[in-house]
Design a binder for this molecule. Structure first.
Ligand SMILES: [Mn+2]
Length: 424
């Protein structure tokens, strides 16, 4: 399903005057904004293929309606998001949940929707039908070499799918760890994992990146073998220049200073990518920015500062992806909200007066530094984000248009109300 262009034009036409009034106010305060707009236009956030259906908790899963039944329909869904916001131009596939039956057709379909394939994700956190060995006691950390080898081979297969699709990165998240003291020899678990990752790393094409994602706890509750950014950085450093740390916002212990982690990883040239979501207690996988928009802004503030210090391209040099689970809201509405929150935080970070902030820091003027950051954070930059969308051919108010066109109802009409998408 595609949205007819005239629907978007009509919608924009209705909102245009009000939009321009708001934008003018903002431009007067923050002139010139052209450079910021171009950066917003370039910025794309990949949508994971597993976030298009309803997620679940360990207690239950309450299906939504009109969920995508196939990889093709997942691509169509991301295509809809991208038509609406022009900032969701990539899809991140999960293997084996989303193995294409016909690579050429899938590539052509993605191309039709203006989508590229972002990082491919391996899965050794659950057993698949017909596999020889179980991951109950871990995958790459496992005491049995045969299990480790199976996990390595799966990752090699994922790289092959990625190569076929035109992806250029592999994300490895391991559920490996232990739930009880004494269960695991930490050092051997690390060494086994490193040795396994080294075999995967050796198979990476030259221009590829490997993202080593960390997580503090869950599903294991005593130790995780890639448990924090220090451990991930250890692996990434030992592996080599193509390996990077991936930061998932929900994978920290409560109140961790994620913006500082980001800053130091960037300094070391080892920050590879991001998984956006929000949380109150743990890895809640809620809509990005729904709870802690100020933290999201502070993270983007460090990202922009750190990337500029290294002369990096904001849009291309890091991998940007949403990693959330949608249990209550329509996944497409939820994703529109997440992307919007990311764009707002990014726009705000771009508006920070870097010179004035540095001056405040040099003078130990703490109050001035706070005023500067909070001044930008409290500015409503939504017209700026909307203007970027407008210029790219998207909708001024994506969520509003999604609802007024009855897109979910149309999807239910096509797919039925009892569909279940594969995913978390
Ligand atoms: Mn993640």
């Amino acid at each position: 399903m595609r949205i007819e262009k005239y629907h978007i034009d009509e919608h924009n036409h209705q909102l245009l005057l009000q939009h321009q009034r708001r934008l003018n106010c903002l431009s007067q305060e923050y002139a010139p904004i052209e450079g910021v707009l171009q950066k917003l236009l370039d910025f794309q956030v990949a949508i994971p293929s597993w976030a298009l259906g309803t997620g679940g908790t360990r207690f239950g899963r309450f299906s939504g309606k009109g969920e995508p039944r196939s990889l093709e329909e997942k691509i169509e869904d991301v295509g809809l998001l991208h038509q609406l916001n022009r900032s969701s131009g990539a899809i991140s596939l999960h293997i084996p949940w989303d193995i294409p039956t016909n690579v050429a057709q899938i590539k052509a379909l993605a191309d039709e929707h203006g989508l590229i394939f972002d990082a491919v994700n391996s899965n050794t956190f659950q057993d698949q039908k017909g596999q020889n060995y179980s991951y109950k006691w871990g995958s790459m950390q496992h005491v049995d070499k045969r299990v480790r080898q199976q996990a390595v081979e799966h990752n090699l297969e994922v790289i092959e799918w990625g190569k076929a699709l035109g992806s250029d990165s592999l994300t490895v998240w391991l559920a490996d760890g232990s739930s009880f003291p004494g269960q695991l020899n930490f050092r051997r678990a690390f060494e086994n994992t490193l040795e396994s990752l080294q075999q995967v790393y050796a198979a990476l094409p030259d221009h590829w990146k490997m993202y080593v994602e960390y997580k503090a706890y869950e599903p294991n509750f005593y130790s995780t073998t890639v448990g924090d950014w220090g451990q991930s950085l250890l692996y990434a450093t030992k592996l080599g220049p193509k390996a990077y740390t991936l930061v998932d916002l929900g994978h920290h212990l409560p109140n961790a200073n994620i913006e500082q982690i980001v800053s130091l990883l960037l300094m070391e040239g080892k920050l590879g990518g991001f998984h956006f979501n929000d949380s109150k207690y743990g890895d809640d996988d809620l809509t990005t920015g729904c709870l802690k928009p100020y933290q999201l802004f502070l993270i983007f503030n460090e990202l922009v500062e750190g990337m500029d210090a290294r002369g990096m391209n904001h849009a291309r040099d890091l991998g940007w992806m949403i990693d959330a689970s949608h249990n209550l809201k329509d996944p497409l509405e939820d994703l529109l909200q997440s992307v919007e929150a990311i764009m707002i935080a990014y726009a705000q970070a771009l508006l920070v007066d870097r010179k004035a902030l540095e001056e405040a820091q040099q003078n130990n003027d703490v109050a001035a530094a706070q005023e500067l950051l909070q001044g930008v954070f409290r500015t409503d930059v939504r017209p700026l984000v909307a203007e970027a969308r407008l210029r790219a051919g998207g909708a001024l108010q994506p969520l509003q248009l999604y609802r007024s066109l009855g897109l979910r109802e149309q999807l239910v009409g096509q797919r039925g109300s009892k569909t279940v998408a594969s995913g978390l």
